[in-house]
Design a binder for this molecule. Structure first.
Ligand SMILES: [Zn+2]
Length: 67
C-alpha cells in the first residue's frame, strides 16, 4: 500500500511534467504553423498540377482542383 501511494505521487509529478511539455509543444506547433503560413502567403507559387490538386514546388502549398 505504502509503495503504491509513493508511485501514485510520482505519477502526478510525471503527469504534470508531461502536460507542461505538451503545452509547450502545442505552442511551438502553432508558432511553426503560423511561420509556414506566412511563407506560403508570401510565396510566388510555382505549381505542379496533378488531376486531383496542384502543389507548389517552392513551399509545398497544395490546392484542390475540384470546386
Ligand atoms: Zn508556393
Amino acid at each position: 500500500m505504502e509503495q503504491s501511494s509513493i508511485n501514485n505521487s510520482n505519477n502526478i509529478e510525471q503527469v504534470k511534467r508531461i502536460n507542461a511539455e505538451i503545452q509547450i509543444l502545442d505552442m511551438k506547433k502553432k508558432q511553426l504553423q503560423h511561420e509556414l503560413k506566412t511563407i506560403q502567403n508570401n510565396c510566388s507559387h510555382d505549381f505542379v498540377e496533378t488531376e486531383l490538386m496542384r502543389k507548389c514546388r517552392k513551399c509545398k502549398w497544395t490546392e484542390s482542383v475540384y470546386y
